[in-house]
Design a protein around this ligand. Structure first.
Ligand SMILES: Cc1cc2nc3c(=O)[nH]c(=O)nc-3n(C[C@H](O)[C@H](O)[C@H](O)COP(=O)(O)OP(=O)(O)OC[C@H]3O[C@@H](n4cnc5c(N)ncnc54)[C@H](O)[C@@H]3O)c2cc1C
Length: 349
């Protein structure tokens, strides 16, 4: 019997597992992939993420950084191509290396880590939760509580809460070339003809990365082509070659930022709970929610005793309230920049 099983070794899962283990809890962290694993991401750590990571895991090593290693913030372009600059220092990281570093820190702190282990479902029993796992064979492990951090499209959420995850598809390409945009900023374009959410340009080492978001997978190519021709005509983009294409998903966050925080002794954190800011920044809220879920367990659970699932969930809800309010404020800010997002504003007036 573990005290806690954490599912998924991204930022949310690593934060939750580490905080519990360093307080003496017996923690199992399962990850479906072999590590290091790929994760499609622009890989910008905003200042809040840097602070959260460095206060829990120590200094972020140079080995996970790419160039330009220090970023200056985000420039958002609305439909009229008016630009809104938000300056703030960030770090440019490769997610595979960064998440691997987090995982190694977690193992060093006494967490039992099981890679290549897919969580299939969580079943609430009277006094514990049985987690159905698949490695070489299928088997169960039991814990007093579970924190699910399996990202967007969570299979555990679907099986436990019976809710269908609503997702947006992201598509990005890694190209060689040049463009007349400041490489220290993340550039987000809200024009409707390029994307059903936003389109972006950022730089990692000698790659120019171009991305678009769609709800309908069949629209990727046309949006991407229109975006590139706009970049060529407006920002003098010159593309020599593209070596890598990535397709991923992010949660489609709705007007009032609804969260799926869990049921009973199974808590959700990070993207599996729908935490994400409107410009696709999600690492900071993954860290905050992983932290809040582990704190809720620490507040409620006396080792060896049973957990009152309802009490646990309500402490977690309280711990995470400020984060939800922050998300709503960010949607409202975006609504002030682009009419495309204005219905978010009306919901909160
Ligand atoms: C194209 C793109 C660009 C982005 N750019 C940024 C950015 O620049 N900055 C930023 O802050 N955020 C960015 N994000 C968002 C950010 O990547 C996520 O919000 C963040 O990774 C969420 O962390 P998480 O821990 O909740 O989930 P994840 O990082 O997705 O981790 C989930 C983990 O769970 C594992 N897993 C999944 N299912 C199972 C299962 N059933 N059993 C066991 N393990 C499982 C996965 O393999 C994975 O390791 C971007 C996202 C995308 C798609």
């Amino acid at each position: 019997m573990y005290d806690v099983i954490v599912i998924g070794a991204g930022p949310a899962g690593c934060m939750a597992a580490k905080r519990l283990a360093r307080t003496g809890y017996k923690v199992l962290l399962v990850e479906k992939m072999q590590v290091p694993r790929e994760k499609s991401c622009s890989g910008i750590l905003i200042e809040r993420s840097i602070d959260l990571v460095e206060s829990e895991f120590g200094k972020i090593p140079d080995t996970v950084l790419c160039s330009p290693s220090i970023t200056k913030g985000i420039i958002i372009y609305n439909e009229e191509n008016l630009s809104f600059k938000f300056e703030s220092k960030g770090l440019n990281i490769w997610r595979s290396a960064f998440d691997h570093w987090l995982t190694l820190q977690v193992i060093d702190n006494g967490v039992e880590f099981r890679p290549s282990t897919l969580a299939l479902s969580c079943e609430e029993k009277e006094k514990y939760v049985a987690v159905h796992l698949k490695g070489d064979t299928k088997y169960y492990e039991n814990a007093k509580a579970v924190i699910v951090c399996d990202g967007a499209g969570s299979v555990i959420k679907k099986s436990l809460l019976n809710v269908l995850s609503r997702n947006i598809i992201t598509y990005q390409t890694f190209c060689k070339g040049t463009i007349d945009l400041d490489d220290k900023f993340f550039h987000a374009f809200l024009h409707s003809q390029f994307s059903e959410h936003d389109a972006w340009v950022n730089v990692k080492d000698d790659f120019l990365i171009f991305g678009v978001c769609v709800k309908d997978v069949n629209k990727i190519e046309s949006y991407y082509a229109q975006f590139l021709s706009f970049l060529i005509s407006t920002y003098n983009a010159k593309i020599q070659s593209c070596s890598k294409k990535e397709r991923w998903i992010i949660p489609e966050v709705e007007t009032d930022c609804p969260l799926d925080l869990g049921r009973g002794r199974v808590l959700f954190a990070g993207e599996s709970a729908n935490f994400l800011n409107p410009m696709g920044e999600g690492v900071s809220s993954a860290l905050v929610s992983g932290c809040a879920a582990s704190e809720a367990i620490k507040q409620i659970y006396v080792q060896g005793k049973d957990i009152d699932g309802q009490a646990l969930l309500s402490v977690y809800e309280k711990n995470i309230l400020q984060e939800k309010e922050r998300m709503i404020r960010q949607w409202d800010l975006l609504a002030g920049i682009s009419p495309k997002f204005s219905h978010y504003n009306q919901m909160h007036l």
